[in-house]
Design a protein around this ligand. Structure first.
Ligand SMILES: [Zn+2]
Length: 127
């Protein structure tokens, strides 16, 4: 018999006995059980969250001022957003004037990072 069924049975007995003290005691146990079940659910969810974070952090590599997931060479993620908020935010590849390498720009926190990756494009303006 599960805990909920046991309590239902106790409730039935307490109701049948017409003893208000017994009934109150059973209701108190029931109230506490609901609270414990809710706490249990919250803890399970938190454990799952932490396990997912752990799997993810094992999967991430840091290079060129960004994080990458294994097998995703061209998809850099923002260092700040992951370190601070545990969020993977894909960085935009941008090319600044008079630059020879790509600049990564985060659409979320708006930080920019020098990637050190050459773009081989002429970014000089001629007048
Ligand atoms: Zn960011």
């Amino acid at each position: 018999m599960g805990l909920n069924e046991s309590i239902d049975k106790m409730m039935g007995l307490a109701t049948g006995s017409r003893d208000p003290q017994a009934l109150n005691a059973v209701m108190e146990v029931q109230r506490q059980l609901i609270q414990i079940q809710s706490e249990n659910k919250t803890l399970r969810e938190r454990i799952e969250e932490l396990e997912n974070e752990k799997i993810l952090s094992n999967e991430l590599e840091y290079k060129n001022n960004a994080y990458y997931r294994k097998g995703e060479e061209n998809k850099p993620y923002c260092k700040r957003c992951y370190d601070v908020d545990k969020k993977l935010v894909t960085l935009d590849w941008t090319i600044d004037l008079y630059s020879s390498t790509y600049t990564f720009r985060c659409p979320e926190c708006e930080n920019t990072y020098g990637s050190g990756i050459e773009h081989h494009q002429d970014t000089h303006i001629e007048f």
